[in-house]
Design a protein around this ligand. Structure first.
Ligand code: ZN
Ligand code: ZN
Length: 341
């Protein structure tokens, strides 16, 4: 294989050690091995899961390049790569590779593969000028999409879509979205696209205003959202919790109608508690939702091409990544912060 230009190092958002401080540092670029591609990155979103990874007590790979929401252009391919050719655009998600042969892989549930590798966690990620990635699970990115707007679809959009699908609702039913950040704002657009009634709960009045402006049927303060939604809407058929917050989970549970579905998405290392009697007597379903299927990801990009979904993007440079993570931790990002390279 021929590389189109001689590149040796690139700058990346690097976690030097578990619970270390994220910094911008040079990392080596290697040639793509068998089944891998070399990508010149165009854009990468900053996700709450980057914070989750940065806060873990142990990490399998350090120093680690963060980032799992990246759009890049293929510059070179390793042996055996048939999925992409130089010049193609590709999207890096959290799902880097899977075994292909376990029960979950064979059932089309590859995201639950116990041997999966993840960009920005067990594989170096997309917050870098260049990245080497297994080709097998990279997304195909339609040519018409702007890279900065496409990047958040690779994690936030995909995950929101999967959660909404797994909520199992039909047009006219009500979904309550807890957390109006990167995932929540895309979920609202998708919910409206599906003809659902959508309620949004968040702790930030500014984000609630944004949700109203984006067409939320109701937008309420998160700390009393359960009771408010019961009173004003008769409860929700499903509630999806995008925030990594145990209090939000309880409010979401309280917001449910009888036989409603609680979908948990946001990650934290804490436990959560729910009322047992109500879970049983109201026939509540509690389920986790992680990423989505390959088809889901294709549908997300189709929705973006059709104009149904459009990420609200705050543009930034790589050098700002550590400060952006801190702002994300404090809930100060509106929509998605995206690094352009
Ligand atoms: Zn993510
Ligand atoms: Zn597998």
């Amino acid at each position: 294989m021929m590389r189109s230009m001689p590149v040796q190092h690139t700058r990346a958002a690097v976690l030097p050690a578990a619970r270390g401080a994220v910094r911008i540092a040079p990392v080596e670029i290697r040639d793509p091995g068998p089944g891998e591609v070399l990508l010149k990155m165009e854009a990468c979103g900053v996700c709450h899961s980057d914070l989750f990874v940065a806060g873990l007590e142990k990490l399998p790979l350090t120093p680690l390049t963060l980032g799992h929401e990246g759009i890049g252009r293929v510059e070179a391919v390793g042996d055996g790569v048939w999925q992409f050719a130089p010049g193609d655009r590709a999207g890096m998600t959290f799902l880097g590779s899977t075994c292909g042969s376990c029960d979950w892989c064979r059932a089309g549930l590859e995201r639950f593969c116990p041997r999966q590798l993840n960009f920005g966690y067990t594989l170096n990620g997309a917050l870098a000028g260049w990245a080497v990635a297994p080709a097998s699970h990279l997304a195909r990115i339609p040519a018409g999409l702007n890279a900065a707007e496409a990047a958040p679809l690779c994690c936030a959009g995909w995950t929101a879509f999967g959660a909404l699908r797994e909520a199992g609702l039909e047009a006219g039913q009500t979904v309550a979205l807890f957390g109006y950040g990167g995932l929540g704002h895309l979920a609202l657009q998708m919910a409206r696209g599906r003809g659902l009634r959508a309620a949004v709960a968040d702790v930030s009045e500014e984000k609630l205003e944004m949700a109203r402006a984006a067409g939320a049927d109701i937008a309420v303060a998160a700390d009393n959202a359960g009771r408010t939604l019961q009173k004003q809407q008769g409860g929700a058929d499903a509630a999806i919790v995008f925030t990594a917050n145990a209090a939000a989970i309880q409010q979401a549970f309280r917001a449910l109608k009888r036989t409603g579905t609680l979908v948990l998405v946001g990650l934290a290392t804490t436990a959560y508690e729910l009322p047992l009697v109500d879970t049983v007597l109201k026939g509540v379903t509690v389920r986790g939702s992680y990423l989505g299927t390959a088809r889901d990801l294709e549908e997300v990009f189709a929705l973006a091409c059709a104009g149904v979904v459009r990420a609200r993007v705050e543009p930034h440079e790589l050098e700002e990544a550590p400060a952006l993570l801190e702002r994300l931790r404090r809930g100060l990002i509106l929509g998605r912060a995206v690094i352009s390279f």
